[in-house]
Design a protein around this ligand. Sequence first.
Ligand code: HOZ
Length: 428
Amino acid sequence: MRYQRSSVLFKEAQGVIPGGVNSPVRAFKSVGGTPIFVERAKGANLYDVDGNIYLDYISSWGPMIFGHSYTPVIKAIKETANKGTSFGIPTALETEIANLAIKMIPNMNKIRFVNSGTEACMSAVRLARGFTQREKIIKFKGCYHGHSDAFLIQAGSGAMTYGSPSSPGVTQGTAKDTLLAAYNNLNEVELLFKKYPNEFAAIIIEPVAGNMGCIPPKKGFLEGLRKLCDQNGSLLIFDEVMTGFRLAKGGAQELLEVKADIATYGKVLGGGLPVGAFAANNEIMQYLSPEGPVYQAGTLSGNPLAMSAGLEMLKALNTDEEIYSRLAKKTKRLEDGFRMVLRDKKIPFQINRLGSMISIHFTEKPVIDFETAAQGNFKRFNNYFHGMLDQGIYLPPSSFESYFLNDALTNEDIDKTINCFSKIQLDV
Ligand code: HOZ
């Protein structure tokens, strides 16, 4: 049996870990079947415990831009580990990576490192509230900013996949300060500002949504949010946990030419290790402890292993002038191939792509927000997911996730993927 060992390990895990996983999407609950258990990964390949090999299209949900076990990153981790793994005391590495990150990110003077994208977004909102002395925020239905309480209201990713976009456990007190609008709908945001004048600390948004599939912003949408924030004294927070350092050196801010007041980042900054960060200009950052009153802290923040890995990742992204165009070209190749196959099969579909983020939706209507993303044919998606998995192609196990291509994928790998796709029975 192809997934025998994985199946045994999954059963064992279910006895001691809720649902057998430490993050819900991994459980394959919406697509069914047994999640694969990974033994190791190198380049574009995942190797599971049953000896199966996969081409990986999630790249640890983004950060493995050069592929898995990228040599400079692994070397740095090993060398740093030999000197100790955590001190809770500053190291020079933190300043070195901060300097480089700030050079790459447009518009920011300072950056604070934390341990995850969740922490980064949660802290960014606290900072925005402290800075503006206001309490309410606007978030978009289907956007996911980690699992902090304020964001688990009509959230995307696993929350949406498992049908509880607004999680029990979030108090009404917290929920009342998170106001919702539809992604790509400026009108709804305008109405909120009219209804609650001078009450919004911030708008938080994934500038390219990646947690309801990949949904790029419509032309003028982010620019409109920028304007509304300026007119109303609110801050614009870009959650660049997925897009940061992936769509361009300066992330979505650079690619889409819209400036945020605070930007949050994720695991790319740790070369795949647990890192998050948020950045802003001096005026905002001076509110942060110990300079200012807004508190935020953590023993593992700026951890030396993670910082050394992230530093190598940023150096590599800086040296490789072609990385972003190469990734975009490869992703376009996948898109073109998939489009051809789907047209031949006469199956209704939408493919959304920006740079190296892409998703397929089995639906007739353009997927532009939470509502349209939820209209896909899930049975067809499940056939597609398992048909690909059985041929050694690892895709996100939910239609509410984006794919993230890595540079270790060759054109041959992509052509093989398209060929596998053409063989799948998609009729339902
Ligand atoms: N929520 C993550 C993707 N948007 C998945 C995290 C994981 O399962 O590792």
